[in-house]
Design a protein around this ligand. Structure first.
Ligand code: PLP
Length: 370
């Protein structure tokens, strides 16, 4: 057999090594973070908590420095026990991950492989398509309703023999719209009980709508439901990577099996535990209240300016500005506000520092007139 001679690649932009990679992985866009905020600007692109870490949480993290030569208890038993107590479940019905996005990956890997389908609403969390592809499975993306919420009827109708996982994101990132309790119950009645449903509640602490679904009320009701939450947003621990899921032990055990070992660090566990202390949590909840109030104020001001902004129950607002997405995001950037643009659909703006609000409203006020 004749082998071709090695070709010298002279292009500087993209040098192909010829190494055999999984084609579907090579075709994935590499993860790139949003632009950093300019000096004196604000990063409103990652739904981060704008408040500084609590001193008690900082201290708890600092105390872990003495043992960084040791591996962590990566099952984070202490955190699982604290959460189990709070949610009225056993510690084995809780799993901790290096962010809830890591847990979503673990559940998808546990349930879906080549030939299987994972159904979710779209547009939704940017991480879903890649996680499904990495598992070797196929994404089935069901368009959002005109009001930017999940079309749960269409999602239920998209379930086939090949479906292994359905992801429901509420409030939905990036649109902010929630699924109601009644919608979710009707949906679960249509999902075969042998298909895994992931309820991604990354922003649940910001919800003020009494009709919104709340995973906490659903625990123990469905044998195929797992509820996912995170310390990254409301608890302000995005940089430490810690999230959790609650559900049936058998499903969680499968996700424990697909985890990359020892991903949850002692610092992350210590910070999570310190955040659950009553005094700390009360302070954190007060901050969430401030953000939720700020969100409602921003949305009301944008509506008054003439923008169409869906009701948001999260820590961001969605501007469905279509073809104007890039232009508007650029103007905001020039004014020092980094936002997340999903051209040609719209712009997600995180509710950040109070000092960012005036600029946001001023620039958007100028643009709506244009
Ligand atoms: C931020 C986010 C997560 C999880 O973030 P982690 O930092 O990995 O815990 C999960 N789902 C959605 C929709 C999110 O926006």
């Amino acid at each position: 057999m004749q082998r071709s001679t090695v070709e010298r690649v002279t292009a500087t932009e993209s040098v192909s090594t010829g190494v055999r990679l999984r084609p579907e992985i090579a075709a994935l866009p590499p993860y790139r973070q949003g632009r950093p905020a300019p000096e004196d600007g604000f990063k409103l692109s990652s739904n981060e908590n704008p408040f500084d870490p609590l001193p008690s949480v900082r201290d708890a993290v600092a105390a872990t420095a003495d043992s960084i030569n040791r591996y962590p208890d990566a099952t984070a038993l202490a955190v699982r026990e604290a959460l189990g107590e709070r949610f009225g479940v056993s510690a084995d019905e809780v799993i901790i991950g290096a962010g809830s996005v890591a847990l979503i990956a673990q559940f998808v890997l546990a349930a879906a492989g080549p030939g299987d389908e994972v159904v979710y609403s779209w547009r939704s969390f940017e991480a879903y398509p890649g996680l499904v592809t990495i598992a070797g499975a196929t994404s089935v993306a069901v368009p959002n309703r005109a009001d930017h919420g999940h079309d749960l009827d269409a999602i239920a109708a998209a379930i086939t023999e090949r479906t292994r996982v359905v992801i429901v994101c509420t409030p939905n990132n990036p649109t902010g719209v929630t699924v109601t309790r009644d919608e979710f119950d009707a949906f679960m009645a249509r999902v075969p009980a042998d298909r895994l449903v992931l309820l991604d509640e990354a922003y649940v602490e910001f919800v003020r709508d009494p009709d919104a679904v709340d995973g906490r009320e659903l625990l123990g009701r469905y044998p195929n439901l797992v509820v996912l939450r995170t310390f990254s947003k409301a608890y302000g621990l995005a940089g430490l990577r810690v999230g959790y899921a609650i559900g049936p032990v058998e499903i969680l055990d499968a996700a424990r099996a697909t985890a990359i070992p020892l991903g949850v660090t002692a610092a992350a566990s210590a910070a999570a535990l310190a955040s659950l202390e009553p005094l700390a949590e009360a302070e954190l909840r007060a901050r969430v209240e401030i953000i939720a109030e700020r969100r409602d104020r921003v949305r009301a001001a944008l509506l008054a300016q003439g923008w169409a902004v869906p009701v948001s129950q999260s820590n961001f607002v969605w501007l469905p500005v279509g073809e104007r997405t890039a232009e508007i995001a650029e103007r905001l950037f020039d004014a020092g506000l980094v936002t997340r643009a999903f051209a040609p659909e719209g712009i997600r703006v995180s509710i950040g520092e109070e000092e960012s609000v005036d600029t946001l409203l001023r620039i958007l006020g100028e643009l709506v007139e244009a």
